[in-house]
Ligand binder design. Structure first.
Ligand SMILES: O=P(O)(O)OC[C@H]1O[C@H](O)[C@H](O)[C@@H](O)[C@@H]1O
Length: 578
């Protein structure tokens, strides 16, 4: 099919400098017709309009889904209206105007720290959607031409993990007197973020004294309107130091709001952040207005459904040929897997077809030397290749025929064809391969991928990329009939962690050294008691002891006896864990 010029010509879509080639997907013109029919049956365009128009499509939380309003410009896109009387566009611009003023005051030195020093360091404390988006954008802007000059003299870091080592790594060499802390949390209740926020507040107090003004001058919050009281209780000035967002912005869709605006603007200036919003807006307009057959996010979403539900490929990879996009895959992973990792459709019925892929990725070419072996010869993993016409910084050394960016891009062009074409046994033999090794060197090919080519990795283009992937996720959710905007799955883990913390506290507070934890089940009790015992012993008695070995060796023997496992064998021995 790849040699069919008409087919290849038909499988390209473009918008505002973005070039999307899906000719290496396993689809014919007829497949595409059927997918567009499916989109019509699922009333895709109506549902897209409903999202932009403020319909409460996140019905399990009774919320509209209006992250597109965050970058809609003052004129708005679609008919954005929130039915409790709040004008979303006006609210958004009120906050963005405040971010701009605060940024200017911070960067001009008008705002100083508690001891009068100018603040130049920013630590953004948040996790999940309150972290991954801003971090991916920060990584892009670090090496972007404007970003390099506007960030000179400033430092932005992210503190996400509740691991105390993350705190240590984040602020070991920072001067608290010159540091502003941003607590980014939609709910202002997330356990990890709140502990890290308290830790950072204590860090400020330890250096500057336990004074309420230290917090007012050194800590600001990006949080939802409904969390205002909690923000105030933390000691933050909610008039000057709180940048709000709304329940109609999901955490994983919040980078275009205060969650991204505040840290990124403080580091790079507001104007550069605005370019990012403009890029996202351009793609939003395309998504809302372009006919489905020319609409890049719609086509990407339909192909996602095709690969997952029809072809049965349960994972997919995102490979940007740009080192500055190193955190894009992690952001899209959360965005997509939290959105579409569901099992009940919007009619309350259990889904009996595959939905929701495992998303992963790393920049090319590093990924080629890591997991690409599997993508070429193991399980089939559809790939999105992202490339750029111009590099943020190209290099052409004396005696080299190609620039370093050309070298990078040679891989961007070669990998999709290698995956699609593979290599036959005859081709391997023709290279003089000994017969017994031929099969090891055969590539079956026929492995799907898409290529996205952008002009260059600017703030604007990064906005386009973000919007593309946000809308791909929404399209797949609409086609699959899911609510892509809630995340009840995360709640159970949070609740169980609270129960476990109770047990740990009892054990730590117990006067008796051999206090035994009785947790939900023997396995959890055993591992927690092992942890408590060894963390007590570890001080002074010489490290951790070995876990009981008998159970381990029995398990090993069982696995060995059944190797290689057959589905039926395992079926007979499996069971419910609860
Ligand atoms: O912003 P927060 O309220 O602190 O939430 C942080 C994160 O918490 C959970 O992990 C949710 O599943 C994420 O969607 C959210 O982004």
């Amino acid at each position: 099919m790849l040699r069919d010029r008409d087919r290849c010509d038909a499988m390209i879509a473009t918008h505002d400098g973005v070039y999307y080639d899906y000719s290496r997907q396993r689809v014919t013109a007829e497949t595409m017709d059927l997918l567009f029919d499916l989109a019509e049956r699922q009333m895709l365009t109506d549902r897209i309009r409903g999202m932009f128009g403020g319909d409460r499509i996140n019905f399990t939380e009774d919320r509209a889904v209006l992250h597109t309003a965050l970058r809609a410009g003052r004129e708005g896109i679609g008919t954005v209206f929130v039915d409790d009387g709040v004008d979303a566009i006006r609210e958004v611009h009120d906050v963005l105007d405040r971010v701009r003023r605060f940024t200017d005051a911070f960067r001009s030195g008008e705002i100083t720290g508690y001891t009068g020093k100018r603040m130049r360091n920013v630590v953004s404390v948040g996790i999940g959607g309150s972290y991954l988006g801003p971090e991916f954008l920060h990584e892009v802007l670090k090496t972007e031409a404007v970003g390099i000059s506007t960030s000179l003299g400033y430092d932005l870091r992210f503190l996400a993990n509740v691991d105390p080592v993350d705190v240590e790594r984040t602020c070991a060499d920072l001067d608290p007197e010159e540091t502003l802390i941003i607590v980014v949390s939609k709910t202002f209740t997330t356990a990890e973020t709140m502990l890290n926020a308290r830790t950072m507040r204590q860090w400020l107090w330890d250096f500057m004294g336990d004074d309420a003004d230290v917090v007012r001058r050194h800590v600001v919050a990006c949080s939802s309107v409904s969390a205002t009281e909690r923000v105030r209780a933390f000691g933050i000035d909610t008039d000057e130091g709180m940048f709000r967002f709304w329940d109609w912005v999901g955490g994983r869709y919040s980078v275009c709001g205060a969650a991204g605006a505040v840290p990124i603007s403080l580091m790079y200036g507001y104007d550069l952040f605005e370019k990012f919003l403009e890029g996202a807006r351009s793609m939003d307009q395309h998504f809302l207005n372009a006919p489905p057959r020319k609409n890049i996010p719609i086509i990407m979403g339909l192909l996602g459904c095709w690969n997952s539900s029809f072809m049965g490929y349960s994972s997919r990879a995102l490979i940007p040929y740009a080192q500055a996009l190193l955190r894009l895959p992690a952001h899209i992973q959360q965005l997509d897997m939290e959105s579409n990792g569901k099992r009940i459709n919007r009619h309350g019925v259990e889904i009996d077809y595959p939905v929701g892929e495992v998303d992963f990725g790393e920049p090319g070419t590093n990924s080629q030397h890591s997991f690409f072996q599997m993508i070429h010869q193991g399980q089939t993993v559809p790939v999105d290749f992202l490339g750029f016409v111009r590099s943020q910084h190209d290099l052409l050394m004396d005696n080299e025929k190609l620039s370093s960016h050309d070298e990078l891009m040679a891989n961007f062009f070669a990998q999709p064809d290698a995956l699609a074409n593979g290599k036959t046994a005859d081709e391997v033999r023709a290279e003089g391969c000994p017969e017994e090794l031929v099969l090891h060197k055969v590539f079956d090919g026929n492995r799907p991928s898409s290529s996205l080519l952008f002009p260059e990795l600017s703030a604007y283009v990064t906005g386009q990329i973000l919007s593309l992937y946000e809308h791909r996720t929404a399209v797949q959710g609409f086609i699959w009939d899911l609510n892509s905007f809630d995340q009840w799955g995360v709640e159970l883990g949070k609740k169980l962690a609270l129960d476990v913390k109770e047990h740990l506290m009892e054990a730590r507070n117990s006067e008796v050294g051999d206090h035994e934890i009785i947790a939900d089940n023997p396995a959890t009790s055993r591992i927690m008691n092992y942890y408590i015992k060894n963390s007590r012993d570890a001080v002074g008695v010489g490290g951790l002891s070995n876990p009981g070995t008998s159970a381990t060796s029995v398990t090993r023997k069982t696995h060995k006896d059944h190797f290689p496992p057959q589905i039926n064998d395992l079926g007979g021995h499996s069971g419910r864990l609860s």
